[in-house]
Design a protein around this ligand. Structure first.
Ligand code: ZN
Length: 425
């Protein structure tokens, strides 16, 4: 297990490059749920899992799940330690966000298999099909299915072309054809799980700032997302006096500034409008409609909810004053998810043994582990981001050496993993 040290990290980065070639757009990396590029990435992951020595299944939402079966001596009683992350991306995203947490454990399994090492438990690597919410404006779609938390109302949710999630799944050829019972049956049995661990790039500058390759996540911050639709009245840009307009875009602009101002009042609170559209807009027509997204997060659920209440009330006030209507639609909120101390400590012990600093930090970004935390104990290992910690951007980067360190830590973690005794659960 010590021979292929530098190549270990480089091999992971090379695969991230290969996977990034499957893109919805010609320039950059965009991989939205169930597009041809997404299906190609899914097939590639399945192939790499098989080559590494895993048996592979694809579930009703498109998750690719590879199992490295337990040592035969353990018998039928073996439970499952699960790891994984997502392979969909944001528009023009980075190649390591999510994907590192699939490619790294595949490389680790490949190394264990090559060395003839079996583990005393089943080890499963999940490539989650959808986390970012790019196509159907809902995040954690894939992990919600695996965690048995799928919201049936989402089947009627439409993408920008008016295709429902139900129809997209039916056309995909995935098992179950988008039928609700199949999606519900894809849930994992929590009793079969030993835990869920996720490797992910930090997506921020903290590890870089401290000069550390790896960090252990303490908790994953909750987030709330909204889609806001403002409606006014279309009229001629040349003939309608300024005082007689019902301009949806100008109203939206004032609402966006409110988000910025209110979220700037508390240090741990952040608010972002990342999507803004004037549907069927035209340069010589006063906008009849304007749509924008809102993403609001905080270290504490109470701080976040108070800000949301203020902002939603403020949006309605602005709309009323301008003679507009505003519809604020909430994507189900995700509460803070704490990581399990017993799993964090096992990662900590490995870092210490390898002479690395045991550094703990919270995650401001949401991750699949957050959804899995509803059914099992979770932990996350963060890997340092280069380029100032930038993510959700083509400039996102990590080094081969950091990938190597993370992979070696992961191997050690797996080989020394001690399940939590049943009594303490
Ligand atoms: Zn991610």
């Amino acid at each position: 297990m010590t021979q292929n040290t530098t190549s270990f990290g480089q091999a992971i980065l090379d695969r991230a490059d290969q996977l990034a070639r499957f893109s919805d757009a010609e320039a950059g990396l965009t991989c939205a749920f169930l597009t041809p590029a997404h299906r190609a990435a899914q097939a590639q992951l399945a192939q790499w899992m098989e080559e590494a020595g895993m048996s592979v299944r694809i579930d009703a939402i498109g998750n690719v799940i590879g199992r490295y079966a337990a040592d035969a001596a353990v018998g039928d009683s073996a439970r499952v330690l699960m790891t994984g992350s997502h392979f969909d991306t944001v528009r023009n995203g980075g190649r390591y966000d999510g994907r590192l947490g699939i490619l790294l454990p595949i490389a680790v399994v490949g190394a264990l298999n090559a060395a003839g090492i079996r583990l005393p438990y089943h080890f499963e690597v999940v490539g989650f099909a959808e986390e970012e919410g790019l196509r159907f404006k809902t995040s954690f779609l894939a992990s919600s299915v695996l965690a048995g938390r799928f919201d049936p109302a989402l089947l009627d949710r439409q993408d920008v072309d008016g295709v429902t999630l139900r129809d997209a799944l039916a056309a995909s050829g995935l098992p179950g054809g988008g039928e609700l019972p199949a999606l519900q049956a894809a849930a994992v049995d929590p009793a079969s799980l030993l835990g869920f661990v996720e490797v992910h790039i930090e997506q921020g500058p903290v590890l870089l700032h401290h000069g550390l390759p790896l960090g252990i996540v303490t908790q994953i911050a909750g987030s709330s997302r909204f889609q806001v639709r403002v409606e006014g009245l279309a009229s001629h840009a040349g003939t309608t006096p300024m005082g007689m307009r019902k301009d949806a875009a100008a109203g939206a602009a004032e609402m966006i500034l409110l988000v910025e101002q209110r979220c700037g009042e508390v240090p741990t609170l952040v608010g972002t409008v990342g999507q803004l559209q004037v549907p069927e807009g035209s340069s010589n027509v006063i906008p009849a409609a304007c749509m924008f997204s809102m993403d609001i997060r905080a270290g504490e659920d109470g701080i976040r909810e108070a800000a949301i209440a203020d902002i939603v009330a403020g949006i309605q006030r602005i709309a009323a004053r301008r003679g507009l209507t505003a519809k604020v639609e909430r994507v189900p909120p995700v509460n803070n998810a704490p990581c399990a101390r017993w799993l964090m400590d096992q990662f900590g012990a490995v870092l210490k043994k390898r002479g690395l600093q045991v550094f703990e930090l919270p995650s401001g970004a949401g991750h699949d582990a957050m959804m899995m935390q509803r059914v099992t104990d979770v932990a996350m290992l963060f890997v340092r981001c280069g380029n100032g910690g930038i993510s959700h951007n083509p400039l996102e980067t990590i080094t081969a050496d950091d990938a190597r360190q993370a992979a070696e830590v992961f191997v050690d973690f797996l080989r020394h993993f001690q399940p939590l005794p049943a009594m303490r659960r």
